[in-house]
Design a binder for this molecule. Structure first.
Ligand SMILES: C[S@@+](CC[C@H](N)C(=O)[O-])C[C@H]1O[C@@H](n2cnc3c(N)ncnc32)[C@H](O)[C@@H]1O
Length: 219
């Protein structure tokens, strides 16, 4: 198995061998309760050269459609990246694994047709910088496919997300459970099309509200 290719400077990311170890088991029930199908629905829209940010352990890998021409999976955290590389090797996939942070993508301008982000923009320390990078690497007409847990539209849960976002972030490697990600995308100059609002079933209420869809940089 090849070690993940590192970008010029190995990126820093919160996380640990323990998070990487328990990540799949923690998500297992949720994957079975609809998340795996949601990933497949989202990724059916992937075209051409595809870049995934924060790919984690690679739960999206086997859900990419056959027609994808190039697949680059980026992940900054070393233990996650090792598991990701192992999953790619075990699947006999030709996907490239690159250690890189979403706010410093080591790729040329306009080099991808699709960027994928599933449950990542909540964790990236500087989401505006990451969205700037996504715009930069997308070709004209290219799309970001996203599925993210977000701030609740219900006032009661949103209040709990605000109250508990500090302890939650400490528990979940910096994850912001109250982030209004579709609004962040619009503010960053993306045209946002939401295709699904649903619950991330079998997961803690703070991260249950989910939004999936696609977004295109304006102009
Ligand atoms: C909740 S996990 C999601 C993993 C995977 N995308 C999935 O759908 O299962 C969040 C991921 O974001 C990664 N991450 C943290 N900081 C990041 C950054 N600055 N750039 C890109 N990914 C980052 C974490 O290492 C972790 O793998």
């Amino acid at each position: 198995m090849n070690a993940p290719a590192a970008s010029a400077e190995a990126p820093e990311a919160r996380g640990s061998w323990f998070t990487a170890l328990v990540y799949d088991p923690m998500l297992w029930l949720g994957e079975r309760a609809g998340m795996a199908e949601r990933r497949a629905r989202l990724l059916a829209g992937a075209r051409g050269a595809v870049l995934e940010i924060g790919a984690g352990t690679g739960l999206n890998l086997e859900r990419y459609p056959a027609g994808v021409e190039r697949l680059v999976l980026t992940e900054p955290e070393e233990h996650m990246a090792k598991r990701l590389a192992r999953r790619v090797a075990a699947a006999g996939s030709e996907a490239e694994v690159v250690r890189a942070s979403a706010d410093a993508l080591p790729f040329d301008d306009q080099s991808f047709d699709t960027v994928v982000s599933t449950m990542v923009l909540c964790t990236v320390p500087d989401p505006q910088a990451a969205l700037g990078e996504i715009s930069r690497v997308l070709r004209p007409g290219g799309r970001l496919l996203f599925c993210e847990h977000v701030r609740s539209e219900g006032e009661r849960l949103a209040r709990w997300q605000d109250r508990l976002h500090g302890p939650w972030a400490a528990f979940a490697d910096g994850c912001r459970c109250n982030q209004p990600t579709p609004e962040l995308l619009s503010d960053a100059g993306f045209a946002v099309e939401v295709s699904e609002r649903d619950a991330w079933r079998r997961m803690p209420p703070l991260v249950r509200p989910l939004v999936a869809g696609h977004a295109q940089p304006h102009g």
